[in-house]
Design a protein around this ligand. Structure first.
Ligand SMILES: [Mn+2]
Length: 438
């Protein structure tokens, strides 16, 4: 990849000379950190640019892009090559997503898929690009680590990442993946939205019982942080959680590498920073997330406020789901949250539940939340095997009008509120029939 990056940079510097450059990046954590890395690198190289953060790339958006701009796509566009082929623009793409179409002649791309190389996140590619532009950009390595964690690519540390981690001066330790691992345990457990621990998440009383069981006590009126625990304390905490989670696989997923980075002169958990960036962007404030990444103090305050509120929403939503009555059949659970959970977080809620130990592998989770006169539907599969949730949703939704997006194990759609009862009836019918076929 190194040689390709060099070639692309040479081409990029010529192409952008006296031309206007438009950078377009994705709105998730990996996309935002990609944009932050590129913004700083372009500033330092004195290359003027404008920046767009987008939720997805559709044909209408690409069509509207000014034909005179040089286009630089980050963390997306590998799936939109046919649309880009119709544009007269010179296009650069730094991305890691699947390539399903032929690469048009106006497109220059850096993508590990193309090179058949080990996976690396969008922010990782942007960092390698930035570092090649100037060694000064080495200080942006921690953003690449945050992007990697954001895309859940931290499980296997490849060679490329080990180098980036070294540049970022990240501390890597093994432990419980509840974040932030850098704040007192009681608060982290209470507001843990990454993993749902029955009786503990959202309940301070439950947290104190758990810590008592694990024999972990306050020191000077304060609980330790996860990263500060001794091996013995960590293992008794894991045992106490295990007694509540009661699922080996779910427990296994809770243990892994912690990435501690120095951010705004403070030791921070990369997972927490990643979740904060994601929250800001999701509620429609990607500029705040970007400013935060670039070290702006005002944006930091704003971002933290947004994140605290987001976390509180998430935890009370999880508590609502666990306390409320659900529609359950064999291998499926329907949660109709109506107005009790915001539509903007219903997908995240469904994801967290599908990763928790509360449901057995192969269960389809379908969560509904109102969005004015519409209903947002999010479906997830627990575990790796089971129904194709996108197909199930499509089968139910198509006759009533609506488009389903997503993957075989995570999909969603918007339906009209007037179809609420019909949708649930029809969904149950389809899920029960499918069972008979099996
Ligand atoms: Mn990505």
């Amino acid at each position: 990849m190194h040689n390709l990056i060099k070639e692309v940079i040479a081409k990029f510097l010529v192409a952008t000379k006296n031309k206007s450059l438009r950078v377009i990046s994705h709105f998730d954590t990996d996309g935002i950190t990609s944009a932050a890395i590129m913004s700083r690198a372009l500033q330092r190289a004195r290359i003027p640019y404008t920046l767009d953060i987008v939720k997805n790339l559709d044909e209408a958006y690409i069509e509207k892009l000014p034909t005179t701009d040089i286009l630089l796509f980050l963390d997306l566009a590998s799936g939109s090559l046919n649309y880009l082929a119709k544009k007269p623009n010179t296009v650069f793409i730094l991305d890691h997503h699947e390539i399903v179409q032929e690469i048009p002649i106006n497109v220059t791309m850096i993508n590990p898929v193309l090179l058949k190389e080990e996976p690396i996140s969008g922010a990782g590619i942007c960092y390698l690009f930035a570092k090649e532009l100037s060694q000064q950009n080495r200080d942006l390595a921690k953003l690449a680590v945050i992007g990697m964690v954001g895309d859940s690519m931290e499980k296997e540390l490849t060679k490329k990442y080990s180098a980036i981690i070294q540049d970022a001066e990240v501390e890597v330790t093994k432990g419980l993946l509840l974040y932030p691992s850098t704040r007192p345990l009681d608060r982290t457990l209470e507001y843990s939205s990454s993993f749902y621990i029955p009786g503990v998440t959202g309940s301070y009383k439950g947290v104190l019982e758990l810590l008592r069981d694990a024999n972990i006590n306050k020191i000077d009126g304060k609980f330790k942080c996860i990263y500060e625990l001794t091996e013995e304390e960590m293992s008794s905490l894991v045992t106490a959680i295990m007694l509540r989670v009661k699922d080996d696989k779910a427990m296994e997923a809770m243990i892994g590498n912690l990435y501690l980075i120095n951010f705004f002169n403070k030791k921070e958990d990369a997972r927490e920073i990643s979740a904060l960036i994601n929250a800001c962007s999701r509620i429609g404030q990607p500029n705040v997330a970007l400013g935060f990444c670039l070290g702006n103090k005002q944006f930091k305050e704003q971002a933290e406020k947004i994140y605290i509120e987001y976390k509180q929403h998430l935890v009370s939503a999880l508590k609502y789901v666990s306390d409320t009555e659900k529609i359950s059949g064999k291998d499926y659970t329907i949660i109709n949250a109506k107005n009790n959970i915001k539509d903007t977080i219903i997908g995240t809620v469904a994801s967290i539940i599908s990763h928790s130990a509360a449901y057995k592998s192969g269960t389809m989770i379908i969560a509904l939340a109102y969005n004015e006169d519409k209903i947002k539907v999010s479906a997830r599969m627990v575990g790796k095997e089971g129904r194709n949730v996108r197909e199930v949703l499509t089968q139910v939704v198509q006759p009533m009008g609506g488009e389903v997006g997503g993957h075989p194990n995570a999909a969603g759609c918007l339906i009209s509120k007037s179809h609420e009862d019909t949708f649930i009836q029809e969904l149950r019918r389809v899920l029960d029939i499918e069972l008979i076929k099996v």
